[in-house]
Write a protein that binds this ligand. Structure first.
Ligand code: AMP
Length: 329
C-alpha cells in the first residue's frame, strides 16, 4: 500500500512564494508516488479576524492554485476542511487529551497572541490540536510543510502516540517533509524574519501571482549586504535567502550558483533571479487565471474531494469514538 500524504494551506490572504516553495511546489511530485490529501484549511483561518467574503474567495483561489500547480483531482484528493465535519469532531477528542502546558509553549501561539491582544481566542490556542486532527484522520505518513509547522507536527506525533498507548494502536505516527533550502523562505527586507503574507511591507514578500515586472522590482529591492559584488559567505543572510530561491527554481546547486556569479555585480544576479522566478511561475499563473473563471468545475472538484475525504476520515473517527467509549449510532 502506498504511503499517505496530507498538507493544508489557509485561505487567509494571498499566497507568497514562501508558501509555494515550502509546500505546494512539492505536492505535484508527491502525487505520483503517494496517496495525497491536500486541504484548504478554512477552519484554521478564522483563528484570526477574517472577512467572510474573503474566506470564500481565497478558498476558491486555493483550489484553482492546487489545480494550476499540476495537481490532478483524479490522483490527489483536493478538498475544503469545513466540508468534512470529522476534522472538528476528532479535534474535540484530541483537545481532551492535550496538555495546556504543551499548547502554551507553541511558538506560533505566542507570536500570534502577542500581535492581537483583543483576539486572544481559544481557537488560536487549540489550533495545533485541530492540525493534529487534520493529519491523523487520514492515517498520514508524510506531511510536507514549512519549518514554522515543525513544532505543531511534533504535537500531532505526541497525540498519536498518547492515544495509541492509552487505547491501543489507532493512528499512524506522521513524519514531516521539510525542504532544506525551502523550509523557511525569509522576508526580502529583513532576512531575520520569515516571509509572510501578513507583513505590512509589500516589498518584503513576492506573491505567487505577482506579474513579471513586480517580481523583478521586489527582487531588485531585496536586501543583500553592503558589499557591491557577489562574494558569498554563510553569514550573508539576505543573499543566502536569494540563493535558496535560486536553487529551488533552477535545480542548480549552491556551489554552481556561487561560481556563476562570483565577483559579478549584485544587479546581474538579481536580474537573473527575478527572471527565473517569473518564468518558473508563468505557467502556474496562466493556468490559475483559466481555472478561477470556471467556478462550476472548482465546485465539482471540491465536492468530489470532500466525498472521498469524508469516507476515509469517517473510518478513523468511528474507530476513535468506539475506543473512547461513545455508543454507536
Ligand atoms: P499557512 O497557510 O500559513 O498555514 O501556510 C501554508 C504552508 O506554507 C505551511 O506548510 C507553511 O509551513 C508554509 N510556509 C509559510 N510561510 C513559509 C515561508 N516563509 N517559507 C517556507 N514555507 C512557508
Amino acid at each position: 500500500m502506498s504511503k499517505i500524504v496530507y498538507s493544508a494551506l489557509q485561505p487567509s490572504g494571498k499566497l507568497t512564494i514562501g508558501n509555494y516553495l515550502g509546500s505546494i511546489k512539492n505536492f505535484k511530485k508527491l502525487q505520483d508516488e503517494y496517496e495525497c490529501f491536500f486541504n484548504v484549511a478554512d477552519l484554521h483561518s478564522i483563528t484570526v479576524p477574517q472577512e467572510p467574503k474573503s474566506i470564500r474567495e481565497r478558498s476558491l483561489d486555493l483550489i484553482a492554485i492546487f489545480l494550476a500547480s499540476g495537481l490532478d483531482p483524479e490522483k490527489s484528493t483536493l478538498f475544503v476542511q469545513s466540508h468534512v465535519s470529522q476534522h472538528a469532531s476528532l479535534a474535540w477528542v484530541l483537545n481532551c487529551m492535550s496538555y495546556m502546558g504543551q499548547l502554551s509553549r507553541m511558538t506560533q501561539f505566542k507570536e500570534k497572541s502577542q500581535k492581537s491582544e483583543e483576539n486572544l481566542n481559544a481557537g488560536l490556542f487549540t489550533y495545533p490540536v485541530l492540525m493534529a486532527a487534520d493529519i491523523l484522520l487520514y492515517q498520514t505518513d508524510l506531511v510536507p510543510v514549512g519549518v514554522d509547522q515543525k513544532q505543531h507536527l511534533e504535537l500531532a506525533r505526541d497525540l498519536a502516540i498518547r492515544f495509541n498507548n492509552k487505547y491501543s494502536q489507532t493512528f499512524t505516527v506522521p513524519e514531516g517533509i521539510i525542504g532544506k533550502e525551502t523550509g523557511k523562505i525569509m522576508n526580502l527586507k529583513n532576512p531575520e524574519k520569515k516571509m509572510s503574507k501578513s507583513d505590512p511591507d509589500q516589498n518584503s514578500f513576492i506573491l505567487l501571482l505577482d506579474d513579471e515586472e513586480t517580481i523583478k522590482r521586489k527582487i531588485s529591492k531585496a536586501v543583500t549586504d553592503s558589499m557591491a559584488n557577489f562574494d558569498y559567505n554563510d553569514e550573508q543572510k539576505g543573499l543566502k535567502n536569494l540563493i535558496n530561491m535560486y536553487i529551488a527554481f533552477s535545480n542548480k546547486t549552491k556551489e554552481e550558483i556561487i561560481l556563476k556569479y562570483k565577483n559579478e555585480n549584485y544587479s546581474v544576479f538579481k536580474e537573473d533571479l527575478g527572471q527565473l522566478i517569473s518564468d518558473s511561475l508563468k505557467d502556474l499563473r496562466e493556468k490559475y487565471f483559466e481555472y478561477i473563471k470556471d467556478k462550476q468545475y472548482l465546485e465539482k472538484v471540491m465536492e468530489q474531494g470532500a466525498q472521498k475525504a469524508s469516507y476515509i476520515a469517517n473510518k478513523t473517527l468511528r474507530k476513535v469514538y468506539k475506543k473512547v467509549g461513545f455508543l454507536p449510532r
